[in-house]
Design a protein around this ligand. Structure first.
Ligand code: NOJ
Length: 546
């Protein structure tokens, strides 16, 4: 534990916690403009306390021209007027705190909007005071871009600024110029940004593109690499991102976060596909507190692949580090679609796994309802990345559609007569109100799982990866101990009989929650257990009972 962070209960509240990502524009529209907003989030906080959520991550809230829906920040110290005001955000933080829920914001330190006053000034002349806050380079020998770096959406990562005759770097869209982290003033300014929000009571940040920040100082070409999620264009991003100096930034931020009580949480969007590299972001317990695990997100829904990612992650993490498990977010297809082809059984089993693995779980809004993607016709797409990208990678609107709260127009997302920013889709029977009434629903299952975590797993598995042990099983099954419990999952389409430690099934993904309590689907688990297709159970072993 880092000096200054303290060890009192609650200081490292995120370890073993259940976090929940709210895509603000899609959760609850309070004023009928078609976009969800902060007042809407506040109005729906009861859903989160009822569900048993410890922390809330709000997708970008800062002013932005929305070329990438807030991931192009125009003012790090404000609130987007379409989402609310600073006062509204303060109120949300305070009302969430009354329910024991902490609020995280999304911080975008790798790039700003091209309309941020810093960049507007920087591009005005080569001598502009903020010029060096961004990454500029003369044209290459052929007059084209200075190197082979590619923008995430395709094409060169460089755009020529005709006025000054130099190219500027944007690892994402041209409207998202990369900051120059070699410049000390950039450090100082982002440090001020952190303090500003921490002082307001914000509990921490999800850090966008946390593996980036620094770029190779000599701007050398990226190396060739096999195509994959980390190398969509067959380039390794080993020079355009992923420089070791980023770790110094996180060490400094960790100290800063540790000056607060409780310490403020640093949760990184670490888009790396190697367990050692992922582990490096935790440092020596002196960098990020939590780092997203993208190999798990992109793994096929098969026992061998998922379990081997868990094993390699746990083996690589430094002692005391807490892993993070997530199945959906605003950038990828929702887990019931991606992992389950819409089959609710698979989605429910995925929820059992996510909620019982050792570490912190992050649910994306709608995971608890088993929501699948909504197909969004091309003429209704709102994600500028999808208009530019040459492939399906940025088909992200399908996972950003309105939250269904209750039966009726727009499922309660917005006042009657509103035109929502994205189609609400067909969510009949899937709304929060309907699922709350049904003890067999995915929502009831998720709530029971989160309750079980709180009662039985937090403390055993919070950051204590020793609480996890994989037990022998068939190729398509995954059986593990998690703290005092055993989880057995059948990731195959056929019924299977498996050996598990003697005990009692207390939750089954295939059986409803009885009487609203935790104990469900009681049946003998001794000596063998029969699991249906894509069924997962949580077992209370006899030896640990009592
Ligand atoms: C990752 C964010 O999650 C994504 O939505 C965004 O487009 C890029 N970073 C660029 O900020």
């Amino acid at each position: 534990m880092t000096a200054g962070e303290g060890s009192a209960a609650g200081e490292r509240w995120w370890e073993g916690a259940a976090l929940y990502q709210v895509y603000v524009r899609s959760w609850q529209d309070s004023d009928g403009d078609g976009y969800g907003d902060l007042a809407g989030v506040r109005r729906r906080l009861d859903h989160l306390s009822w569900l048993g959520i410890d922390g809330l991550w709000l997708s970008p809230t800062m002013p932005s021209p929305d070329e990438d829906w807030g991931y192009d920040v125009a003012d790090y110290y404000g609130v987007h007027p379409e989402l609310g005001t600073l006062e509204e955000l303060d109120r949300l933080v305070a009302e969430a705190a009354q329910r024991g829920i902490r609020v995280l914001l999304d911080l975008v330190p790798n790039h700003t909007s091209s309309l941020h006053p810093w960049f507007v000034e920087a591009r005005s002349s080569r001598e502009a005071p903020h010029r060096d806050w961004y990454v500029w380079a003369d044209p290459g020998p052929d007059g084209g871009p200075p190197n082979n770096w590619r923008s995430a959406a395709g094409g060169s990562a460089w755009t020529l600024d005709e006025g000054s005759g130099q190219y500027y770097l944007h690892n994402f869209l041209p409207g998202q110029p990369d900051l120059n982290w070699w410049n000390e003033e950039v450090h100082a300014e982002l440090g001020r940004v952190l303090r500003y929000w921490f002082d307001r009571g914000v509990a921490g940040f999800r850090i966008d593109v946390a593996h980036s920040l620094y770029k190779d100082r000599q701007l050398r070409d990226d190396s060739p690499a096999p195509k994959g999620p980390a190398a969509p264009f067959g380039l390794a991003a080993d020079r355009s991102m992923n420089q070791p100096e980023a770790h110094e930034v996180y060490r400094a931020w960790r100290k800063l976060a540790g000056e607060y009580r409780p310490a403020r949480l640093l949760l990184g969007e670490t888009w790396v596909f190697d367990a050692q590299r992922l582990a490096s972001f935790y440092g020596d317990d002196d960098e990020l507190h939590l780092a997203f695990n993208f190999p798990f997100v992109f793994a096929p829904f098969r026992a061998a692949e998922l379990s081997s990612i868990v094993a390699s992650t746990l083996a690589a993490l430094p002692p005391g580090a807490c892993p993070v498990w997530v199945g959906s977010n605003h950038d990828v297809s929702r887990l019931p679609t991606r992992w389950g082809a819409g089959d609710p059984a698979r989605a429910r089993t995925a929820l059992v796994l996510l909620c019982t693995l050792p570490g912190t779980v992050v649910l994306y809004y709608g995971d608890e309802l088993g929501l699948t993607d909504v197909p969004v016709p091309p003429d209704e797409q709102r994600d500028p990345m999808s208009w530019r990208a040459p492939d399906d990678r940025f088909n992200r609107d399908r996972a950003r559609t309105p939250m269904p709260w209750e039966p009726g127009p727009l499922y309660g997302f917005a006042p009657r007569g509103t035109r929502p920013w994205l189609p609400a889709g067909d969510r009949d029977g899937l709304t929060v109100a309907e699922q709350r009434e049904d003890p067999a629903s995915t929502l009831s299952l998720t709530r029971a799982l989160l309750d079980l975590r709180r009662q039985r797993l937090t403390g055993h598995t919070a950051g204590d990866v020793a609480g996890y042990e994989q037990l022998p099983s068939g190729r398509d099954q995954w059986v593990y101990r998690s703290g005092p419990l055993v989880v057995a999952a059948n990731l195959a389409a056929d019924e299977v009989q498996i050996d598990v430690p003697a005990g009692e099934v207390i939750i089954s993904s295939a059986v409803g929650v009885q009487g609203g309590g935790v104990r469900v689907g009681r049946r003998p688990a001794d000596p063998a257990l029969v699991l249906g297709p894509f069924e997962a159970v949580v077992i209370q072993p006899h030896e640990a009972a009592g």
